[in-house]
Design a protein around this ligand. Structure first.
Ligand code: ATP
Ligand code: MG
Length: 585
């Protein structure tokens, strides 16, 4: 068995490298999650020669999402911690839903998250021949049989949780007959649904998964990897554990919904008489509120044009999050913070946003951009003149230095930063009031100019030349500091603001189950086409992230045209959402 000997060689070389040194024999497992505690116990006992080998097993039927990030970080992270390795295995056992395009995108997304599988890239379909031989072995052993019940009959015969099942009429057919029939299945002599291979376990077992589960079904369909070579395809339960075994996986980590499959996982490796078989451990999936993660649901939204594609910045896909400006570092921090547990829960998306802010706060340069412009004319500033003012690039990082920002007689400020008749707690600009313009001067509003429709068209203001740089010699301090851009120097751009895709925490809750899309947030995307940006933003590259002062972190969209920058808001600066929630309570 080539794989087994290769495994031994690897196990030996690891030992030689000191992985299994005596110092590891009495590990301190305190404070470790249950998976790490288990690994340390296995290593202390010398199991698998101290080896830790994990795998990430995506089904190539869609793009990866933030839930997968958790599985990726867990599997690759464990291998890093215990000087083991991680395999990338495409679980491509279903010819109907899989596409090669997804294989490439999955590889790229894992690389982007920051991990590499080296030469350990595998496809479950590479093992079809081996799985077939193993199935024959089990038939010979008398623990698998070919059955001709229809799908519906199988379900009916299986019974319910309360009722034991009834045996299939083919359950006790002679071994020779099953061997022959299995061969005929492979040769294509049966149509879809006419024959299955089933494990002969216990039709009355309390665990429904053990009631003679299917190992193979007939599917006359082309497979992305094996073409038309096969017309029978292994079921997940039969393929997964055996693929783990072939590759020498030690700790096979999956999500909680596979808890009941574990008994079957062990049954197969035991019947195959494998030495040192891999073991399955289940952890809680990552769930986030205000979104959905299932690939099927994501695809449904894409097909219905609710979002623009797998990389729509509102989606929790790696592609979408990347386009929105989320960083791999922040995503890794986030899933590590969530941790590994045995109890399913829904994580507040606010926690993800917190991790993004934490990361970007240190690395994103500050810039000024006015998203919804209102014109300001400074009547006491000389016409036709301008000057350059120093602006700090990142107050969190002195090494980021400063840049020069042009200032002139005509500026834009944010429309929402002015109120003609301000309520008590509004400290920003209002008639007769003085505010500070960031890095520039103090500004006082003298006059409001309106258009024929009665809308505010322009503010006429005066500035105090003695306050250059933002400080007054007499020490007076305005209550508000506004961002601004010089009208003549600003570049125009488009800004996209994103909000939660759904209005409710759990769109898949029972009461919406029929139609999760009824809970969509109609305002999840707001496009501002007339933003004015400080000129230095012309030098930014697509994919780069900066902070627009007071407005949030923004990522230049990868599809930006050179003369028409588009910015996606990654996240707001403060957690307004959490504050709103608190107020409600
Ligand atoms: P989905 O149900 O979202 O379509 P899936 O489970 O079908 O996802 P797979 O491609 O089969 O997706 O998953 C690959 C690996 O990622 C599996 O080990 C799976 O358990 C894990 N995984 C998928 N979703 C999550 C999640 N939300 N949290 C943690 N791990 C996940
Ligand atoms: Mg799946």
């Amino acid at each position: 068995m080539a794989a087994a000997s290769e495994r031994n060689v690897r196990a030996e070389s690891k030992q030689a490298a000191g992985v299994n040194s005596p110092a590891d024999a009495t590990p301190d497992t305190s404070g470790k999650d249950f998976i790490r505690a288990r690994i340390e116990r296995d290593r202390a006992a010398g199991r698998y020669g101290g080896r830790v080998e994990t795998r990430f097993p995506p089904e190539p039927n869609g793009y990866l999402h933030v839930g997968h990030v958790k599985a990726i970080v867990l599997n690759f992270g464990l291998a890093d911690e215990y000087r083991g390795v991680t395999h990338l295995r495409f679980d491509d056992t279903n010819p109907l839903t899989e596409e090669t395009g997804y294989v490439e995108s999955i590889k790229q997304d894992i690389h982007w998250i920051g991990y590499d599988w080296g030469d350990r890239i595998h496809f479950a379909s590479d093992y079809f021949e081996r799985l077939y031989d193993w199935a024959v072995f089990l038939i010979r052993k008398g623990v698998a049989y070919v059955c001709h019940l229809t799908e519906e009959q199988i379900r009916e015969y299986r019974g319910t949780v309360k009722q034991p099942g009834r045996p299939s009429p083919w359950r006790d057919r002679p071994v020779e007959e099953s061997l022959r029939e299995f061969e005929r299945m492979r040769r294509g002599e049966y149509a879809d649904g006419e024959a299955t291979l089933r494990a002969k376990i216990d039709i009355a077992a309390p665990n429904m998964k053990m009631r003679d589960p299917l190992m193979y079904r007939v599917r006359h369909a082309s497979h992305h990897n094996t073409g038309d070579r096969w017309c029978i395809y292994p079921m997940y339960d039969w393929a997964h554990g055996q693929s783990d075994a072939i590759e020498g996986i030690t700790h096979s980590l999956c999500t909680l919904e596979f808890e009941n499959n574990r008994e079957l996982y062990d049954w197969f490796t035991e019947q195959l008489e494998l030495v040192d078989p891999p073991k399955q451990y289940e952890f809680a999936r990552l769930n986030l509120n205000y979104t959905v993660m299932s690939k099927r649901k994501l695809l449904e939204m894409i097909r219905n044009g609710i979002v623009s594609g797998w990389d729509d910045p509102r989606l929790p896909t790696i592609r979408g999050m990347r386009r929105r400006g989320y960083t791999p570092e922040a995503l890794r921090t986030f899933v590590e913070r969530v941790g590994v547990s045995k109890a399913n829960s829904i994580v507040d998306v606010g926690m993800l946003e917190w991790a993004i802010r934490e990361d970007l706060n240190y690395r994103a340069p500050r810039r000024m951009a006015v998203l919804d412009p209102l014109k300001v004319t400074i009547t006491n500033y000389p016409e036709g003149e301008s000057e350059l003012l120093d602006a700090v690039n990142n107050p969190e990082d002195e090494s980021a230095g400063t840049r020069e920002v042009p200032f002139s007689r005509e500026l834009f400020i944010e429309r929402a930063d002015f109120m003609e008749d301000p309520p008590r707690k509004f400290y920003r600009l209002a008639p007769g009031r003085e505010v500070r313009l960031r890095y520039a001067y103090f500004l006082t509003c003298d006059e409001v100019v309106k258009n024929e429709a009665g809308e505010i068209a322009e503010l006429r203001c005066t500035y105090d030349p003695a306050t250059r740089g933002g400080d007054a010699p007499d020490g007076r301090k305005p209550k508000a500091t506004l961002h601004w851009v010089s009208a003549a120097h600003a570049i125009s751009g488009e800004v996209r603001l994103y909000d939660r895709l759904f209005q409710v925490e759990n769109p898949l809750a029972a009461r919406y189950r029929d139609d999760f899309m009824q809970t969509l947030n109609p305002d999840s995307l707001q496009v501002l086409r007339d933003a004015r940006l400080e000129p230095s933003l012309a030098e930014m590259e697509p994919g780069e992230i900066c902070q627009f002062e007071r407005k949030g972190y923004f990522c230049m969209d990868p599809d930006t045209e050179p003369d028409a920058p588009v910015f996606n808001r990654t996240v707001t600066l403060r957690d307004t959402w959490a504050r709103i929630q608190k107020k409600r309570k």
